[in-house]
Design a protein around this ligand. Structure first.
Ligand code: SF4
Ligand code: FES
Length: 238
């Protein structure tokens, strides 16, 4: 008889297979661990720290920590959610997130996670960084004001074999996504709407032109259900 492989997330048993991370297994089981930089198709980047869980009082990123038999993992505790709200507030003030006018509103993972965790305001002073918008491409607009540096576009574009997006710069304020062309403009790459990278951004940076409001506000993915419910429903269909 094969040994049962189960760990516990807030006391609930979660099955897993060898090599799965805590977040992978929880997601597959329809249990929500807050996250921003993790995507099931790409390797964990470990930069947002929203997925931090507690094991025996030690904080670890669920996206980069392997599940193991019998592990007791604390996830949605008041303390962990407090820390997550603070990380979200820092992300909101580090960029320029004008949610009411963003065409990704209702489909944005950052916005949905802030609602899920009950973030009421930014708390910190805004940085108001000066970030360029690149509207040069015929089909795609890039608004870097909303970038959370998750690296998913870089990973997706590498998978596309095009390497259009590259993480560059140093330090919190210097780090940014760079367009890999001599001019630095998206129009001067071979980027196409059919690329994986055109569909991977969890926030409103990589936006398709002319389709922005085809699904009206109020009927979008995270308008219909909170992110914890929406992701559980989607996981059950995967
Ligand atoms: S552009 Fe989007 S996918 Fe790329 S790093 Fe920024 S937030 Fe992530
Ligand atoms: S999802 Fe784990 S660090 Fe971002």
């Amino acid at each position: 008889m094969s040994e049962e492989t189960t760990f516990f997330l807030d006391g609930e048993p979660i099955p897993f297979t060898a090599g799965q991370t805590i977040l992978q297994a929880a997601h597959a089981a329809g249990r929500y661990i807050p996250h921003l930089c993790w995507h099931p198709d790409y390797k964990p980047h470990g930069s947002c720290r929203l997925c931090t869980v507690s094991i025996g009082g030690r904080s670890v990123p669920a996206c980069a920590t392997q599940a193991s038999e019998g592990l007791e993992v604390a996830n949605r505790t008041p303390e962990l959610d407090d820390a997550r709200r603070m990380l979200l507030q820092m992300l909101f003030v580090e960029g320029n997130h004008f949610c009411p006018s963003c065409e990704k509103s209702g489909q944005c993972l950052l916005q949905a996670t802030a609602y899920e965790l009950g973030m009421m305001g930014p708390h910190f002073d805004h940085f108001y960084p000066n970030r360029p918008v690149d509207a040069s491409h015929p089909d795609v607009l890039l608004d870097f004001n909303r970038c959370i540096l998750c690296s998913l576009c870089e990973q997706a574009s590498a998978r596309d074999g095009k390497f259009v997006f590259v993480m560059g710069g140093r330090g919190m304020r210097g780090r940014k996504v760079i367009i890999n062309s001599a001019s630095g403009r998206l129009a001067d790459t071979d980027f196409a709407l059919t690329d994986r990278a055109a569909n991977v951004c969890p926030v409103g940076v990589i936006l398709k032109k002319r389709v922005g409001f085809s699904v009206p506000y109020g009927q979008r993915r995270y308008d219909r259900a909170p992110v914890s419910v929406a992701q559980a429903q989607e996981a059950s269909r995967e």
